[in-house]
Write a protein that binds this ligand. Structure first.
Ligand SMILES: Nc1ncnc2c1ncn2[C@@H]1O[C@H](COP(=O)(O)OP(=O)(O)OP(=O)(O)O)[C@@H](O)[C@H]1O
Length: 338
């Protein structure tokens, strides 16, 4: 626990019961999570799930309907030196197309009271020195993302908050961003990045906060998320329902008939199947092992219509106060395994 003049805090970013209701819709619903110092946290969810609205509330650009979002225990608007504490530019569209990259950075440097020379330094930091005199309107999306990052770095902040920074980056650009953020966080600083695709950031982030329709569905480390996966056996047989009953009699209750008529069985290995099937009079035609990838898991958590066919995972821990799954029935076809 750290104390400041404004109060105490346990993490550089603390979101508590954060809710935002626009006229017609609740964009963010009772959201709570922490972002720890030295971590790169992925803030993940499909389009329209409330990520940008949450980041805007964190940065003091939108007022919450209820709840709080604090930086070092303090609402952003009350920080004495916000640009030195948090580096954030949410909108790639904020770059004026007729302005040069260096000119853009110099204007921002002046706005936050940073010496002008810092503009060239951050341009170099993101590998854009050679195009500093070029107008941003000529930049690719990947170059604009680098410039946004340079802008966020102007105040040499402790915390970076980036909205979809991987959007538009090619694999080389993505590897560069990963290295940049890992070095930044490796010095004990803090990163929160949003993305609509877990796959895009899974090698970069060490923790994830996943939202769907404005609500938290999962939070935990990447290691915990990876451990929550499990492969299942997909059994083609003459009578899946009878085989499921026979397996249940042997204590193997994680068995469900998939949409294509196979029996998806978890928590066992292939050697168990032939004797059980034979005793029940069921013929097995074939067995495939399905391992789920993280993207399937992510889709199942955040998009109800994807939940049923994705069978090769099991439910992450939760709900509860620790890391884990918070979501409703949108998740997966199987009953919980834990
Ligand atoms: N100013 C606003 N007025 C009304 N509705 C809004 C406003 N801003 C956001 N919304 C709505 O709130 C919901 C969440 O939007 P938000 O932009 O926060 O989601 P997101 O996860 O960042 O999505 P995306 O990746 O598409 O930007 C959406 O339904 C959106 O239409």
């Amino acid at each position: 626990m750290t104390n400041t003049a404004m109060g105490s805090f346990s993490a550089p970013i603390e979101i508590r019961g954060l809710t935002k209701t626009f006229k017609a819709a609740r964009a963010v619903n009772d959201l709570s999570f922490d972002v720890q110092a030295g971590s790169i946290t992925g803030f993940l969810g499909p389009n329209g799930s409330g990520k940008t609205t949450t980041l805007r509330m964190l940065l003091g650009l939108v007022s919450p309907t209820s709840g709080s979002a604090t930086i070092n225990g303090t609402p952003m608007r009350l920080l004495s030196n916000p640009a030195r504490t948090v580096g954030a530019v949410l909108d790639v569209g904020s770059l004026h197309p007729k302005r040069t990259a260096l000119g853009h950075l110099e204007i921002y440097a002046a706005a936050i009271g940073t010496p002008t020379q810092r503009a060239a330094q951050v341009l170099d930091m993101v590998g854009l020195s050679s195009v500093g005199a070029h107008k941003t309107g000529t930049f690719s999306l990947g170059m604009r993302q680098r410039l946004i990052l340079a802008t966020a770095m102007l105040g040499d902040p402790e915390i970076l908050v980036l909205d979809e920074p991987a959007n538009g980056l090619d694999p080389e650009g993505m590897a560069w961003l990963r290295q940049f953020l890992q070095t930044f966080a490796g010095s004990g600083r803090t990163v929160l990045i949003s993305s609509h695709a877990l796959r895009e950031v899974e090698a970069t982030v060490d923790s994830v906060v996943i939202v769907s329709a404005g609500s938290l569905v999962y939070q935990g480390t990447m290691d915990e998320l990876r451990r929550s996966q499990r492969s299942r056996l997909l059994v083609s047989c003459s009578n899946p329902a009878l085989l499921a009953t026979a397996l249940a009699a042997r204590g193997i209750i994680d068995a469900q008939i998939t949409q294509d008529g196979r029996l998806a069985v978890g928590g066992t290995d292939t050697s168990v199947l032939p004797p059980v099937a034979s005793a029940a009079g069921v013929t097995i035609f074939g067995v495939a092992t399905e391992g789920a990838d993280l993207e399937q898991l992510f889709l199942a958590m955040t998009t109800p219509q994807y939940a049923v066919p994705q069978v090769g995972y099991h439910r992450p821990p939760g709900p509860g106060s620790g890391p884990g799954y918070y979501g409703p029935a949108a998740y997966g076809p199987s009953g919980g395994h834990r």
